[in-house]
Design a binder for this molecule. Structure first.
Ligand SMILES: [Zn+2]
Ligand SMILES: [Zn+2]
Length: 182
């Protein structure tokens, strides 16, 4: 089978999906109504049809999740071939594609945050928690302000008392002075 360039992988991918051998290895795609973007297409593992997890790249330049490829190879013990183009791979470990992994991870994070119901729920929950934390913070703030006001008014009262008592003392002294000068 001829190796197709990655960019025009759509027809090749479809015929690959129709292959019964591979169809057995396929898991149903996660329920999703959104139309897959080009990027998602490019970042999807041909075996599990999910976004790559720890993508490895074979000599034929096809990429798969490490686990998916391992699973595929475990099924056909003797021959290590590419699940897509059937090209024989050497016995060396497939290379982890770090760039692809980073892009896939970022894409997954973005997707989780934006679209998936679980992600939305998680985001909502985190927003709620954030909200609660903020409310808690505001409460703490206003509590401490109230405390400050109370402390301050206590201080004012204390000062007033002090002034009053020193006034009294002053008056007493003045009164004594006046008395003794008589
Ligand atoms: Zn996979
Ligand atoms: Zn291949």
């Amino acid at each position: 089978m001829a190796l197709r360039p990655r960019a025009s992988s759509q027809p090749g991918k479809l015929s690959f999906l129709q292959s019964p051998k591979v169809a057995l290895a396929l898991r149903p795609r996660a329920v999703s109504s959104r139309s897959g973007s080009m990027l998602e297409e490019e970042l999807s593992c041909p075996v599990c049809c999910e976004i790559f997890k720890e993508p490895v790249v074979l000599k034929c330049s096809h990429s798969f999740c490490r686990a998916c490829l391992q699973q595929f190879w475990n099924k056909k013990k003797a021959r290590r071939e590419c699940p897509v183009c059937r090209r024989k791979c050497s016995l060396t470990e497939p290379t982890v594609s770090l760039a692809l992994k980073n892009v896939a991870d970022t894409f997954l994070k973005e997707q989780e945050r934006k679209t998936s119901p679980a992600g939305t729920a998680a985001r909502l929950a985190s927003l709620q928690q954030e909200d609660e934390e903020k409310r808690e913070l505001v409460k703490k703030k206003s509590d401490s302000i109230t405390r400050d006001i109370l402390t301050f008014s206590h201080a004012v009262i204390a000062i007033e008392n002090e002034i009053a008592s020193s006034d009294a003392l002053f008056l007493q002294v003045r009164g004594f002075e006046m008395f003794s000068s008589l």
